[in-house]
Design a protein around this ligand. Structure first.
Ligand SMILES: NC(=O)c1ccc[n+]([C@@H]2O[C@H](COP(=O)([O-])OP(=O)(O)OC[C@H]3O[C@@H](n4cnc5c(N)ncnc54)[C@H](OP(=O)(O)O)[C@@H]3O)[C@@H](O)[C@H]2O)c1
Length: 244
């Protein structure tokens, strides 16, 4: 893998997702929030409704190492359901990296589901070691789960969710792994600070397939500034900061 901008040198997914200290950038009232997505060159976020065909080995390494850089990893219910989410930290090595960087060994998993439409047998919800915050508009509770679950009854109010994560849970940095609908709501609420976007060299077409930001239309297009670009096995690994 080779960094192309802002400087040219060899790099790796592990190096690109180390020492980011995202929490130091957090404003007082909410966590610093970073999106991580992969797309085709025409911006599509899935092939046959899965990310599997888009994510290369290098991208998967970056995906897992970015999780070592934040207090919380967030996903929308659609992504949790389709991708069958499991425990966030996949190995002791990754847990140790987090501790080495001054973070808790396990990040909090935040699942956003207005309707609380989550299967209780989701591996993420069946892991006793996993702390999960479910943000929902429902008054119900899931039955038959094994994870340590807390419900935040924040409805669809994402600014309120972010404020509660910051105040009540000490969450200073969030990595949001999508999906496209949640991304659009976060962007509309002006809660996104950065985007990590892997461009996989495919064109998939189709009007129905989601792009990386779908669902809610943004009143004004968001502007971003390029932070870095790397290339590896034909993928482009880009990092952008939201400006303005
Ligand atoms: N390329 C990538 O990097 C990437 C990443 C993630 C996902 N994906 C793909 O994206 C597809 C899923 O897309 P999606 O847009 O349906 O997923 P999503 O954004 O993860 O989930 C949408 C759901 O999240 C909940 N939600 C979103 N905004 C909310 C808000 N403001 N308040 C409360 N709940 C909110 C709602 O859940 P309820 O309906 O339960 O109320 C909504 O139906 C899959 O094909 C997946 O493979 C791709």
């Amino acid at each position: 893998m080779r960094l192309l901008y802002p400087a040219a040198r060899d790099t790796s997914p592990e190096a690109m997702a180390s020492g980011l200290r995202l929490e130091e950038r957090a404003p007082a009232e909410r966590p610093y929030l970073v999106l991580n997505m992969v797309s085709t060159l025409d911006g599509k976020a899935a092939l046959d409704w899965r990310t599997k065909g888009l994510s290369t080995e290098l991208d998967r390494r970056l995906f897992h190492h970015l999780r070592t850089q934040v207090d919380a990893v967030m996903i929308g219910a659609g992504t949790a359901r389709v991708e069958r989410y499991g425990r966030i930290m996949k190995s002791d090595e990754l847990r140790q990296k987090r501790v080495h960087e001054g973070l808790a060994a396990e990040p909090v998993a935040v699942v956003v589901s207005a309707r609380l439409d989550l299967p209780a047998d989701l591996p993420l919800l069946q892991t006793p070691e996993q702390e999960v915050v479910i943000a929902t508009g429902s008054d119900a509770m899931l039955q038959g789960t094994a994870a340590r679950i807390e419900y935040l009854r924040t409805g669809d109010d994402l600014p309120l969710l972010m404020a509660k994560l910051r105040e009540g849970h000490g969450v200073r940095s969030v990595l949001c792994e999508g999906g496209p609908t949640l991304n659009s709501h976060l962007l509309a609420a002006d809660l996104v600070d950065e985007l990590f976007l892997t461009l996989n060299p495919k064109l998939s077409g189709g009007a129905a397939a989601f792009t990386i930001v779908a669902g809610r239309e943004l009143v004004e297009p968001r502007e971003l500034a390029l932070v870095s670009v790397a290339e590896g096995d034909g993928d482009l690994f880009t990092r952008w900061r939201i400006t303005g």
